[in-house]
Design a protein around this ligand. Structure first.
Ligand SMILES: [Zn+2]
Length: 119
């Protein structure tokens, strides 16, 4: 019994290699483009905010890995405090928020300590 396989993009029957999923590169590209555009606008928006946050931190943090800045400096750069990739709480209960490998810790008097995660 012949197994009938169809192109994942256009649905036409496929001939040839068993692992073939598309008629040709055009169908493959078309399918991939559709997948990408299915990424919701919200996901794209959040990703771009996180990337922007990361870039802001990256540009402020010196290579040695630590700096204290005023909140205003972050706000002026349009840093978005509502979005971060993860939180880290130290044994002493200090909360760091990270955007990828760059993190920040709120200090007193509207200051923030910016850090880079090691390794
Ligand atoms: Zn096709």
């Amino acid at each position: 019994m012949a197994e009938s396989r169809v192109c994942l993009d256009c649905g036409k029957p496929l001939n040839g290699r068993k692992d073939k999923k598309f008629c040709d590169d055009a169908c493959r590209n078309n399918h991939n483009n559709k997948l990408n555009s299915d990424d919701s606008i919200y996901v794209k928006k959040v990703n771009s905010i996180l990337k922007k946050n990361r870039k802001i931190l990256q540009e402020l943090i010196p290579t040695e890995g630590k700096i204290t800045v005023m909140e205003k400096k972050l706000k002026d750069a349009e840093f978005n405090f509502s979005f971060y990739t993860n939180e880290y709480i130290t044994k002493t209960g200090t909360l760091y928020r990270f955007c990828y490998e760059y993190g920040y810790l709120k200090l007193e008097e509207n200051r923030y300590m910016l850090v880079k995660r090691e390794g």
